[in-house]
Design a protein around this ligand. Structure first.
Ligand code: PNW
Length: 440
């Protein structure tokens, strides 16, 4: 790798990230059904209709997984706490679920790993999904109750708490593009979910502050957008795409407003009196989590529905997801966020990683492409720090090959290979490369 730990500020945190539904095995420990189980069972939604019932069986193998994190020399672990495990119907507590996260957090601390918790990484309890899920404002208040319950149990030991993972994916990708649960393509559903997920963040912040919790924030995903050509139409389309994908969420949280280019389509569909929620949504946070994967090329397309844009991949090399590899976009993003939105507020790169068609051969996985990807993005992070962005950590997505949502188990993001028949873990070459870079 083209960096070493000593290039970074003294307390810079290196870690890896996962999410509950993608690794734990949802059939264990009394977890309730989620809208991802329903979505996966529906025709044509998920590759081979796979779900998270078994996943990596992290529920039983977490000690081994945390040992691997520790052995890599990592400082921190970003994990999520499943609402449907803790409250199977979204409202009633499952003591077994709370016990699991209690053991998990203790096991991190025993190994000297800082727990970075995410409250919502996408497995909405089916009972709430059946009542409209994120289109229904009540879900935000139930999420506040879940925040109270889980925080009362593990809040004394976690290092940082993020409310929501990737509000754009929870709302726009899931209710407008239809790619994730609940799989809707409906502007009204999308607008409501895009507001309610921000409100859920605000309500969770209120509940956390009422308990005196510090180090609380949100994780937002951002793309780097470039216009397809130098026409004014492409410039305008890029502004619109940026407003929907990037600005809607960060401006709500840091400024209490929504960008005009996005309101142009969504305003008629937002819940009544949405403005009254913006104060709670924009209360101060302690850190911003930044997820970054790719660049998009944007063109205008008058022949399609609002927002009348085509979002395309750029010309560079692609990952197994078909996503363009574009590390310069991460430097630019972190600098932009610091200049335009968060100033000196601490930021963490809470996700960055690549899927690749890895093969286990003779007990090893050679993945030089991933090693290069990680190196280039960590160097890009360092460039942003040198330019003044207050970035305090980098988490690779993901620790393990896992359930990649609509792609089932087909796309492998891990630095640790998982054989989904035997569940055996094998650290890949990229794991060893990262380990030696952060040891120096
Ligand atoms: C993120 N997009 O999802 C999630 O936080 C992870 O759970 C997931 O495994 C990882 O990135 C890799 O996909 C995204 O379409 C899903 O732009 C889709 C998009 C972005 C992020």
């Amino acid at each position: 790798m083209d960096f070493e730990r000593s290039d970074f500020p003294k307390d810079f945190v290196f870690g890896a990230a996962t999410a509950a539904y993608q690794i734990e095995g949802h059939k264990f420990g009394g977890a309730g059904p989620t809208h991802w189980d329903t979505f996966a069972a529906g025709p044509g939604n998920v590759v081979r209709a796979e779900d998270g019932a078994l996943a990596c069986d992290h529920y039983h193998r977490f000690a081994e997984d945390l040992d691997l994190l520790k052995d890599a020399g990592m400082d921190a672990y970003r994990f999520s706490t499943s609402w449907a495990r803790v409250m199977p119907d979204g409202r009633t507590v499952n003591p077994e679920g709370l016990d699991f996260y209690d053991r998990l957090v203790d096991a991190m601390l025993e190994r000297g790993l800082q727990p970075f918790q995410t409250l919502y990484h996408w497995e909405l309890p089916s009972a709430l999904a059946d009542q409209g899920g994120w289109m229904n404002r009540d879900t935000c208040h139930y999420f506040g109750d879940f925040t109270d319950v889980i925080t009362d149990r593990i809040g004394d030991r976690v290092h940082a708490i993020a409310t929501i993972n990737e509000p754009w994916c929870v709302s726009y990708l899931s209710h407008f593009l239809g790619h994730h649960a609940p799989g809707l393509k409906d502007i009204r559903a999308a607008a409501r979910a895009m507001h309610h997920i921000n409100l859920a963040h605000g309500i969770a912040m209120t509940r956390l502050r009422a308990k005196g919790m510090e180090n609380c924030g949100i994780v937002i995903n951002f793309d780097h957008n470039d216009p397809a050509d130098d026409t004014p139409q492409a410039a305008q389309a890029t502004k619109t795409a940026d407003a929907i994908n990037n600005r809607w969420f960060i401006e709500a949280v840091t400024q209490g407003s929504y960008p005009d280019e996005a309101l142009a389509g969504f305003a008629p569909h937002l819940p009544a009196n949405w403005q009254d929620d913006m104060k709670e949504i924009s209360q101060p946070i302690d850190f911003l989590g930044v997820n970054y994967y790719k660049r998009h090329i944007i063109a205008a397309n008058q022949n399609t529905v609002w927002p009348k844009v085509d979002i395309m991949q750029g010309p560079g090399d692609k990952t197994q997801m078909g996503w363009e590899i574009f590390p310069a976009g991460l430097s630019a993003l972190l600098i932009r966020l610091s200049e335009d939105y968060v100033g000196d507020l601490p930021m963490y790169v809470t996700e960055n990683g690549m899927a690749w068609d890895d093969h286990l051969e003779n007990g090893a996985v050679a993945d030089p492409e991933r090693t290069q990807f990680i190196s280039d993005h960590i160097v890009a992070t360092k460039r942003a720090i040198d330019a003044g962005a207050n970035v305090q950590g980098f988490f690779y997505w993901s620790l393990l090959d896992n359930y990649e949502w609509a792609f089932g188990y087909e796309k492998r993001f891990g630095i640790i290979h998982v054989d989904f028949e035997t569940l055996k873990r094998t650290p890949k070459a990229s794991y060893h490369a990262l380990k030696s870079a952060i040891a120096r």
